[in-house]
Design a protein around this ligand. Structure first.
Ligand code: URA
Length: 240
């Protein structure tokens, strides 16, 4: 983003006021006095006005532990949605969830305005691992069924049959299993389980691209910004 635009976005003044400020030598970027209002700055640059650091960030990255009965949408006229967990002052920042968790799925959801990162994390091309903890009702998993999931199965429950990508399933107890997917078809976990006569009664995403949250649901509704290390981890997982 341009330096003058980044500064004007913070509300310190109009673009022309910001340009005058730069011309008067009041702005430094990484400790060096800025001369060009059009210079390119990123989240990693430290921008100061009259010696005070502004904390300008072009992109924002949040990790929400999504609660049950919350829609994966930024706004909804009727239902609670993940946008309700974002501070109101960030409403103009074009934040959006990375992919979708079902209304009744809990767990790890990234919310960002970094469109390229979001796009890549959702693309099967980058083979991003997403692990889910599943509570289910029905017959236990046989070794043969687990092998079929590992190879990919054809789901025929919707209009068009679809083949799932290879996934890893491991049984934890008679009613609990973990499944790791590398793609994100609609309701994929619930449909894989249903294909084998099992009904998912609770679903929680616990990892995504190396990020992890607690397996318990004790902190659903908690939200925090990702650390620089976590942002780098996400970016490097999709070659950014
Ligand atoms: N698979 C599902 O069935 N639901 C989700 O929310 C995520 C993956």
């Amino acid at each position: 983003m341009r330096l003058d635009k980044a500064l004007a976005n913070t509300g310190i003044g109009t673009r022309s006021a910001v340009r005058s400020l730069i011309a008067s030598g009041g702005v430094t970027v990484n400790g060096v006095t800025a001369k060009d209002p059009g210079m390119h700055v990123t989240d990693n640059d430290k921008i100061a006005v009259n010696g005070n650091e502004t904390g300008i960030k072009e992109n924002l990255y949040f990790l929400l532990d999504k609660p049950d009965s919350v829609l994966t949408a930024m706004e909804d006229p009727r239902l609670p949605c993940v946008g309700d967990y974002i501070p109101a002052e960030l409403s103009g920042k074009k934040l959006a969830p990375v992919g979708r968790l079902d209304y009744h799925t809990t767990g790890l959801l990234i919310i960002t305005n970094d469109g390229e990162l979001s796009h890549r994390l959702q693309s099967p091309k980058y083979h991003i691992a997403k692990k889910y903890l599943v509570t289910f009702k029905g017959p236990g998993w046989s070794d043969g069924e687990i092998s079929q999931v590992a190879e990919g199965i054809t789901l025929t429950d919707m209009d068009t049959p679809v083949k799932t990508a290879p996934a890893e399933l491991s049984v934890i107890s008679p009613d609990k299993a973990e499944i790791t997917l590398y793609e994100g078809k609609t309701h994929e976990v619930r449909r894989i389980f249903a294909h084998f006569g099992k009904e998912v009664t609770a679903l929680r995403r616990v990892t995504l691209a190396g990020l992890e949250i607690d397996a318990s649901c004790e902190n659903t509704g908690s939200i925090r910004e990702l650390t620089d290390g976590e942002i780098s981890l996400l970016k490097s997982s999709v070659s950014l």
